[in-house]
Design a protein around this ligand. Structure first.
Ligand code: G3P
Length: 217
């Protein structure tokens, strides 16, 4: 499963790349706002930090203006992936852009039928929001299971990009189900390393090493 960082924070993206934990990045208007950065400038910087796809979201709601915004965004770098909402205009934009060889991430997916539409429109990625699904009394992971089943039934190539990931269990379940990508806040990616027995093991080894009185080098 690929790991995307769901952030526009440059320092976090750099750190994950250095640890080999970065296969791409997703942003959205809320994350750009949180970063306090200029959208075009920060997107360009992010694109230089990874060879993987970097999702940049259009904000128009009509197809014509979405296409104009996409034209501006895709000039930023070759690895920009245009993010469009799961609406009829978003799907039209998705079809036009992917027919033209541009990567598209169809976002704000909350049902398996919506994911079916995204695949039919040729989406490179579909983004089901598991955390927000959970928040509203549904089981976000059931949504991922349904989409995986449907995509496999018809051999759709659209990649399932699990979004709105809130905790390690979302990540584990996504990998069990066979989701293609999970996009996660950097804190969630870093939380995956934690295990009490790892910490306890390090403490034990270092205590015994100190008793040897040796140094390395
Ligand atoms: O990138 C979209 C998605 O990951 C947002 O997550 O936590 O705002 O529901 P969240």
């Amino acid at each position: 499963m690929k790991f995307f960082a769901d952030t526009a924070e440059i320092a976090d993206i750099k750190e994950l790349a250095e640890a080999g934990l970065l296969d791409g990045v997703t942003t959205n208007p809320s994350l750009i706002h949180k970063s306090g950065r200029n959208f075009m400038e920060v997107t360009k910087e992010i694109c230089a930090l990874t060879d993987g796809p970097v999702s940049a979201e259009v904000v128009a709601l009509d197809h014509g203006t979405m296409m104009k915004e996409a034209e501006v965004l895709r000039k930023i770098a070759d690895n920009v992936c245009i993010k469009v909402p799961l609406t009829i205009d978003g799907l039209k934009t998705c079809k036009a852009l992917t027919d033209d060889g541009t990567m598209v991430n169809v976002t704000l997916c909350f049902s398996a039928n919506q994911a079916l539409l995204a695949a039919k429109a040729g989406a490179t990625f579909v983004s089901p929001f598991v955390g927000r699904h959970d928040d509203n009394g549904f089981d976000g992971m059931d949504l991922i299971r349904d989409i995986r089943l449907i995509y496999d039934n018809y051999a759709f190539e659209t990649q399932i990009l699990v979004a709105s990931v809130r905790h390690a269990t979302h990540v584990l379940e996504s990998a069990r189900i066979g989701a293609d990508v999970a996009t996660m806040p950097p804190a969630v990616i870093k939380s995956l390393v934690k295990h009490v027995l790892t910490d306890k093991g390090i403490d034990g080894f270092l205590a015994d090493w100190a008793k040897t009185g040796q140094t390395i080098g």
